[in-house]
Design a protein. Structure first.
Length: 276
């Protein structure tokens, strides 16, 4: 298998792995059977692609891929995927499968975009650029999700005040119901959180590879992780029934304001986030 083909295969695995984690996160929080099935099929495709690469690599090298650190990392990631599929099929446990796949995804990213791999690959520069592209794409998708949460939270407050003051008119008939607005707001966050986590994981790897004197305590990085933590807390409190209705709406609005401030102010103060 050519180096270019292997590179594209690894990129496809990382993207499919990321999509599977998003669906697993949705299933874990909302007990959504359809999301669980979709996540499992994506993970199954990841396992098939990893196995194909593993077999081809063994045939080409005539040995088992455990003689270097990065071969070991790949085999470790493959084992984690295999175990998660086994747990899914035999024991029907969801939470261990979710966390096992998060660990497997991180190690797959490390293997695919590790400095040694980049240096040895004839498409190394292209791989780094594509890593940045995927990072930015996922970051923008997470911002879109949080923007939707902000919109639905704002609509919730408008509708709540209209009903409370008994000022209902025909012009408000196109608004969603209170339940629809609240549900859509929290669903947007549930989707946005794993996407932002994936974006930050890929972004850290890109910065480590390309930024001279990379500082993990960069203002934009810290702000992004605070936003991620904040939205995680919102989801968990809502899941436990401690944050809903108008309180949830206001917290979502404040969280989105923080995201916007971090987007602009954090970027201007960052050492390497020059445009986004």
């Amino acid at each position: 298998m050519s180096d270019l083909a292997m590179t594209r295969l690894h990129e496809a695995i990382v993207v499919l792995y990321a999509i599977a984690i998003i669906f697993y996160f949705v299933d874990y929080l909302k007990k959504n059977a359809k999301a669980h099935r979709v996540a499992f099929w994506f993970i199954s495709v990841v396992w098939i692609l990893q196995t194909i690469f593993l077999v081809v690599y063994m045939i080409e090298t005539q040995r088992f891929p455990l003689l270097s650190l990065f071969e070991g990392i790949y085999f470790y990631s493959w084992l984690l995927v295999s175990i998660s599929i086994l747990l899914h099929c035999v024991y029907r446990v969801d939470l261990p499968v979710f966390f096992i796949n998060i660990i497997g995804f991180i190690f797959m990213v490390i293997h695919t975009f590790a400095p040694t791999q980049i240096a040895q690959s004839p498409v190394g520069d292209s791989l780094v650029s594509e890593l940045l592209l995927i990072h930015v794409m996922f970051a923008i998708l997470s911002y879109v999700a949080f923007s939707l949460s902000f919109v639905f939270s704002t609509l919730y407050l408008i509708l709540y005040n209209v009903l409370k003051k008994k000022q209902w008119t025909k012009q408000w008939t196109r608004l969603p119901s209170l339940q629809q607005a609240e549900s859509s707001a929290i669903w947007s966050i549930v989707i946005g959180v794993p996407i932002l986590f994936i974006s930050l994981t890929l972004g850290l790897m890109w910065a480590y590879l390309t930024v001279a004197h990379f500082n993990v305590f960069d203002v934009k990085i810290i702000g992004s992780f605070i936003a991620l933590l904040g939205y995680c807390i919102i989801v968990l409190l809502n899941h436990k029934g401690k944050l809903n209705t108008t309180k949830l709406a206001w917290v979502n609005i404040y969280a989105f304001i923080f995201v916007i401030v971090n987007f602009f102010l954090g970027s201007s103060l960052s050492g390497f986030h020059f445009w986004y």
